[in-house]
Write a protein that binds this ligand. Structure first.
Ligand SMILES: Cc1cc2nc3c(=O)[nH]c(=O)nc-3n(C[C@H](O)[C@H](O)[C@H](O)COP(=O)(O)O)c2cc1C
Length: 352
């Protein structure tokens, strides 16, 4: 069985390589066509991008999604990402804190407050680990890194592909409900690349979760990451190949969660400011990105991340103006054309 640290190192390599992206399934955000306004009657300087989600005030509607921790390289990645996110005024998430729960020596690789004292910081833990730990220990994990919110991730597909992954997903909703009641910080229910359905959204809305991160299909496939890690010709490799493209396109998942009035972070395959705006048009409050930010860090360190995030914000601002919106949240009501492929998904699932 690979150690957690080895697994984290593998995840960074495989996800950054792009060799674990969805093959034939897109986010369907390309089906959201926003309508150009030739008479916006707005100046760039008055475009308002600030946003609030899960109790966190952001300068722009963007989240650097939780990825890592648990190795020296992961620690450096977290620090670079957190510092850049703070500089731009965005939220930043650490990866699963299971590693630091099991081995306190790894805690420093999740600590970013010394370099990013004011960043909107999201902790992270799998729901199966949260169920086993209980609310007090989860609260302690959030407190130890100074988190402003706690993401509880749902990843049954990834676990089922992993040879030594979890096999029992019962009690997940109850676990999240207890955390919503007991944690001193808001709770975000987060998928990890397969998306949240309308049924999952209804359940999560019913327990009063503070926000969801849909992490839908179309970007990094976590089934694919585990398939790539599995030995050649193993059952895990074959199952991973078969289910490589499993998941709900991000656009569909955003619309499903919006139908239940949940505050939404739209993650999963967003690759531009235009994608972020399209997701907001479908009902998201903010967009989240993981793999592209990781690549920017690996290519050019902190400066690379800062440049990447600034360009992203600039692009969100540009699209907001071109849609004739003064506030980015107004994109939720801006005219749009929804292409047939997305419309069919929404019709078939009864999502309005
Ligand atoms: C290297 C890497 C590690 C990740 N680890 C975690 C994790 O520990 N917890 C989690 O909730 N999501 C994790 N994710 C999932 C991302 O937060 C995100 O939901 C997913 O990658 C889809 O976004 P993307 O297409 O922009 O990469 C990880 C993603 C990457 C790229």
């Amino acid at each position: 069985m690979a150690s957690i640290s080895q697994r984290k190192a593998d995840h960074i390599e495989v996800a950054a390589s792009g060799e674990a992206d969805f093959r034939h399934r897109s986010t369907l955000l390309e089906e959201v066509h926003l309508v150009h306004q030739a008479l916006p009657e707005l100046a760039v300087a008055e475009i308002e991008l600030s946003t609030e989600i899960a109790g966190m005030r952001l300068a722009a509607p963007l989240v650097v999604s939780g990825m890592t921790g648990g190795t020296a390289e992961a620690g450096q990645i977290n620090r670079d990402l957190a510092r850049a996110a703070e500089t731009v005024g965005l939220a930043f998430g650490v990866g699963s804190q299971r590693a630091m729960a099991q081995d306190p020596d790894l805690e420093s690789t999740f600590q970013v407050r010394d370099v990013a004292p004011g960043v909107a910081l999201i902790g992270n833990l799998g729901v199966v680990q949260a169920r086993a730990m209980g609310t007090v220990k989860v609260a302690e994990l959030a407190r130890r890194i100074g988190a402003n919110a706690m993401a509880i991730h749902l990843n049954p597909a990834m676990e089922l592909i992993q040879q030594d992954g979890d096999r029992d997903f019962r009690g997940a909703l109850d676990t999240i409900a207890r955390l919503v009641d007991a944690l001193p910080v808001p709770v975000i229910a987060k998928e990890t690349g397969c998306g949240l359905s309308a049924q999952a959204a209804r359940s999560l809305a019913g327990i009063g979760v503070h926000a969801v991160d849909v992490s839908g299909a179309g970007g990094t496939s976590w089934v694919a990451v585990e398939a790539r890690r599995a030995p050649d010709n193993s059952p895990a490799r074959r199952l991973g190949e078969e289910l490589w493209d499993w998941g709900i396109p991000t656009a569909v998942s955003v619309a499903a969660c919006a139908a239940h009035d949940l505050p939404i972070i739209a993650t999963g395959g967003l690759r531009s400011g235009l994608d972020v705006c399209r997701a907001i048009a479908l009902g998201a409050t903010a967009g989240g990105l993981a793999a592209p930010v990781l690549r920017a860090q690996r290519d050019h360190g902190f400066d690379g991340v800062l440049t990447y995030l600034r360009e992203l914000v600039h692009s969100v601002r540009t699209v907001t103006l071109l849609c004739g919106c003064r506030r980015v949240g107004e994109l939720g009501k801006t005219p749009r054309h929804i292409g047939l492929r997305l419309r069919t998904w929404l019709d078939d699932l009864g999502i309005r």
